[in-house]
Design a protein around this ligand. Structure first.
Ligand code: B12
Length: 485
């Protein structure tokens, strides 16, 4: 089979947790989700292309030209809940012109498996993992077209939508091939804090056993790749794609301390000139682990700080203390690893005063970067379940079904309005980043002209272009540092 995967550009959405300018400068990342089905299909002898139209700045027409040249038998797209309708527009466009089957996968299939494939243009949905679903689906497409034995598939038969059971327990992430980065323009990627290029993103484990109320990954099956596999993939990045910086996107990279130490030890032995960042809970680190991480090239840790208020942390089921936050951020900085803190705005009981206190707390931690996100009832979170129960209305479902336009979700857990939350989030960014000494330090640490350009434009736009309340922007484009001078 000839399999064509397309990653479409996407605009800012009013229901997102980030401000528009933050979204604009978030970065150009490899479409990792699509590199897995790509690699799995190739492993089974299929021919694959992956078109990253977002990073390459391609229009639908330009992508169509490439597809016509390739002559695929089947097309694939990744669906998040947030961007479902936008990706659907792309699917409709290609389906009309190429008239070949369309398969979708991605997070929204877990939330709304059947609804995801309701549009007439979509034929199949991969509910969870591609590991066994893709080879079986392609086998059936080439032979008898009997889909009832393909695991984890949604498909249409005689006007009905049928979902087959997924394999249990979930396939071992360890058994996956490495993501198909050879299909990507690896030299074009960068995220906001990127210091070295080439840059890539990586995922080394799926799921998270913790139970934070605001996160959709809570209590999902933790499914790691072994230290050996992880380091093999890093070596592949380094030697094959000249990658010098990696952002490890696991929900919680350090949850298995033994695995983390093993990865560090192996990286130290390999002596590659490579730096990496990861996401971690505050209570996963200690001095020994941080030191090993630093020695293995860790340059930045993204911590879920969320709040400087103990009651809020408890209310969100975060399971950490304010003291742990202070101690471990200090330790991380002393060891020479940069810190980014995620802080939530609009938490239960939030007032203008609590936001002020949190801003002061973030400043006192002296984090290198802070991301202020508006707490949103994201699909599959406890907050979402409660909101659906209280309002008897599931915004996300209605949104993907096309029954409602995009809009910010209500936040009944605070008296602050959505408008106030937007305004205060913007004020937090400006107050945090526009401190003379902080700016001076940030400028002195910049390592390349591209990094300077990216950060300069982001600061400029935050000051002068970010509306007090983010609005829809039909012309929205992610910042592409490869485009300008
Ligand atoms: C890397 C990443 C990105 C990258 C790259 C995009 C991508 N997903 O490839 C960037 C930064 C660009 C990105 C953007 C966004 N992302 Co993102 N992203 C991730 C992240 C961290 C890793 C994805 C990954 O590779 N996982 C590992 C693989 C193995 O699992 P997987 O993605 O589920 O893929 C498997 C199956 O689902 C299936 N599959 C997936 N896609 C497809 C497609 C086809 C055709 C087939 C057959 C199968 C298939 O096969 C894979 C192998 O089994 C996940 C969180 C996570 N840890 O998973 C969030 C995540 C998927 N993203 C999310 C969101 C919200 C977004 C954004 C909306 C954020 C924003 N505001 O801009 C955008 C939307 C992009 C879009 N076009 O829709 C949410 C989705 C939630 C939801 N309900 O939809 C997640 C779960 C993160 C979160 N905590 O909120 N993302």
């Amino acid at each position: 089979m000839k399999f064509a995967l397309v990653f479409n550009p996407f605009k800012y959405k009013l229901h997102e947790e980030n401000l528009k300018i933050v979204q604009k400068y978030f970065g150009l990342f490899p479409p990792l989700s699509l590199t897995w089905p790509a690699a799995i299909a190739e492993q089974h002898g299929h021919q694959v292309i992956l078109i990253d139209a977002r990073t390459l700045g391609l229009t639908k027409e330009e992508v169509l030209d490439r597809l016509i040249q390739f002559q695929p038998d089947i097309m694939g797209f990744m669906m998040t809940t947030y961007m479902y309708r936008e990706t659907l527009e792309w699917i409709v466009y290609f389906k009309k012109r190429l008239k070949i089957p369309v398969v979708i996968g991605g997070y929204n299939l877990r939330v709304y498996p059947k609804e995801s494939i309701m549009p007439g243009e979509i034929d199949f949905g991969v509910v969870n993992s591609s590991l066994y679903t893709i080879p079986e689906l392609f086998k059936q497409l080439e032979s008898e077209r009997r889909f009832d034995d393909v695991p984890g598939l949604v498909y249409k038969e005689k006007g009905e939508i049928i979902q087959t059971p997924s394999l249990k327990p979930e396939e071992r992430f360890e058994d996956y091939p490495n993501p198909a980065r050879h299909l990507l323009p690896n030299e074009l990627y960068a995220e906001f804090p990127t210091e070295r290029r080439n840059f890539t993103a990586m995922v080394t484990s799926k799921g998270c056993p913790m139970r934070c109320k605001f996160c959709e990954a809570g209590r999902t099956y933790y499914n790691p790749r072994s230290a050996k596999k992880v380091v093999d993939e890093i070596q592949e990045c380094y030697y094959k794609y000249n990658i010098k910086e990696i952002d490890i996107f696991d929900y919680e990279f350090l949850i298995d301390r033994k695995r983390a130490l093993d990865i560090c030890k192996r990286l130290q032995e390999k002596k590659m000139d490579i730096t990496w960042a990861c996401r971690s809970r505050i209570d996963s680190v200690d001095e020994k682990l941080l030191q090993e991480m630093k020695n293995a090239g860790c340059c930045r840790i993204y911590y879920g700080v969320e709040s400087g208020n103990q009651n809020t942390l408890d209310e969100l089921n975060k399971g950490i203390t304010v003291k742990q936050i202070k101690d471990n951020i200090r330790l991380t900085k002393e060891i020479g690893i940069k810190t980014l803190g995620f802080i939530l705005i609009g938490v239960p009981g939030e007032t203008k005063q609590t936001i002020k206190n949190n801003l002061r707390f973030a400043k006192s931690l002296d984090l290198d970067y802070v991301q202020f996100s508006k707490l949103t009832a994201k699909p599959l979170t406890d907050m979402w379940k409660q909101l659906v129960k209280d309002t008897n209305y599931d915004y996300w479902k209605e949104y993907i079904l096309g029954n409602t336009v995009e809009r910010p979700l209500p936040r009944p857990w605070t008296k602050l309005s959505n408008k106030e939350i937007d305004e205060l989030t913007k004020r937090c960014y400006i107050s945090y980043y526009f401190r003379p000494l902080f700016l001076l330090k940030a400028v002195l640490e910049i390592k390349s002209f591209k990094e300077f350009k990216r950060k300069f434009f982001a600061f400029w736009d935050m000051l002068f272009k970010q509306e007090n309340v983010s609005k829809v922007d039909g012309k929205f484009e992610a910042f592409n540092e490869n485009k300008f001078f």
